[in-house]
Each structure stands twice: as C-alpha cells, then as structure tokens.
Design a protein around this ligand. Structure first.
Ligand code: C5P
Length: 220
C-alpha cells in the first residue's frame, strides 16, 4: 500500500491529539504533533529572552533553534538543541505565548518546511495534526479531517486534562487562543474546502477514533 497522508486540524480541546495518536497507532502510521513544534520554538524564545511582543525580534530568531520531532505515536518526542522539552512546552506560560509566536510568517515558513520534510519521509504514511495542515502544509493530503466541538465541551476536556483547573478561566483562555489562531494573516486555523468535519461534542473519544479510522481505510 502506498503511504497515506492524513491531516487533522481543528481548535484545541476537540480531541485532536488523542484521536491523531490513536489513529496512527492503530493503523501503523507515523504521527506528527505540529502544535508541539510551535510550542517548542516559543519555549526557546522565552528562554532566550526574546520579546514576544516584538514580531521583528521573533522573526530574526526564528532560524536559530534546532527543533527535532519524533514520529512514534506511542512516545511523541520533541527536542530543542538536543534538550527534551516535552514537559516544559506544556506550561501555562508557553501556552499563553504560542499564538503570538506562531503568527510570525518567518516562524511559520521554518516550521512548515520541517513538517513537509517529516511527512515526505514517513514510509507507511503519517497522521499530522495542527491548525493549517489541510489548508497550507499538506494541501494534497489523502484525507483531511476538521474536528470541532462546542466551547463548553472543549473547556470541560481541557480542565479535565489540567486536573482541577477552573473551567471558566480555561474556557476564556481557549477562546482567546483560538480567536488569535483563526484571525492571524498567515495560514490561520481554518477548515479546508475538502475536509470532512466531525463535531466531537457528543462523541466519546473511542467513537471519534473509529470514525477517523474508517475514513482512512476508505482512502487506502
Ligand atoms: O495543538 P496545540 O494546542 O499544542 O497548539 C499550540 C499552538 O500552536 C496553537 O494555539 C497555534 O497558535 C499553534 N499552531 C499553529 N499551527 C499548527 C499547529 C499549532 O499555529 N499547525
């Protein structure tokens, strides 16, 4: 079977990561978390004293960090200049700054190039999750999925993940990040015209996984 390329986009809290990892594992495909790459470059900017409010400084520094992503869905790995940053990229500080960094065109150009080279090297195929995979990074993907969910469902899931975090505050932060991601000039979060939209509000994770696996199998 030829390599199958699956793009899974959508806002946060829709079950994108859990779904993408499970689908890749179940079908023996590679997996790429592109949000982790934007988080990693943001982590580097914060650690190197780059002013996040200054897009020109971010653009100047965009080429400096060496970001390496693993593609094993069972053990997603990410390093910056050889340092494992899988934990540190999930802090609230990075989460609150990532939209500003990922809006800078030089950052997107750099990360997009990385993503394309990883996807083209995946032997059996790959599940790539993000915001602009179907629209910009891999417009020729064999299958494009756009996951959505109500703001309530998304906030509840995120609060559950963050263990005890305030649901209202989580909801506000989520909406703020999605608005920034959807309204930026360079490849905003958007559903590709040929993407299959799946509303996960009233579905269990298992149901979403089964739905996507079936769609991939139809394409193979
Ligand atoms: O998916 P995750 O929540 O980890 O993504 C973190 C951030 O990375 C998003 O809020 C967005 O700003 C950025 N991102 C992006 N394009 C992608 C994936 C993520 O701009 N393809």
């Amino acid at each position: 079977t030829p390599a199958v390329i699956v793009a899974i986009d959508g806002p946060s809290g829709t079950g994108k990561s859990s779904t993408s990892k499970a689908v890749a594992a179940q079908l023996g495909l590679s997996y790429l978390d592109t949000g982790a790459q934007y988080r990693a470059i943001t982590w580097w900017m914060v650690n190197n004293g780059i002013d996040i409010a200054d897009p020109a400084s971010i653009a100047d520094a965009a080429g400096k960090p060496d970001i390496v992503s693993g593609t094993d869905p069972a053990a997603p790995a990410i390093t910056v200049d050889g340092t494992d940053v899988a934990g540190p990229i999930r802090t609230q500080e990075v989460t609150s700054k990532v939209s500003a960094v990922s809006a800078v065109p030089e950052v997107r150009a750099r990360i997009t190039e990385l993503q394309r080279s990883i996807a083209s090297a995946a032997g059996q195929g790959i599940v790539v999750e993000g915001r602009d995979i179907g629209t910009t990074v891999l417009p020729d993907a064999d299958l494009k999925i756009f996951l959505t969910a109500s703001p309530e469902a998304r906030a509840a899931r995120r609060s559950g993940e963050l263990k005890g975090a305030d649901v209202a505050a989580t909801r506000e932060a989520l909406i703020k990040r999605d608005t920034a991601d959807s309204t930026r000039k360079t490849s905003p979060l958007a559903k590709a015209d040929d993407a299959v939209e799946v509303d996960t509000s009233d579905l269990t994770l298992q149901q979403v996984i089964e739905c996507v696996v079936t769609l991939v199998e139809e394409k193979r």
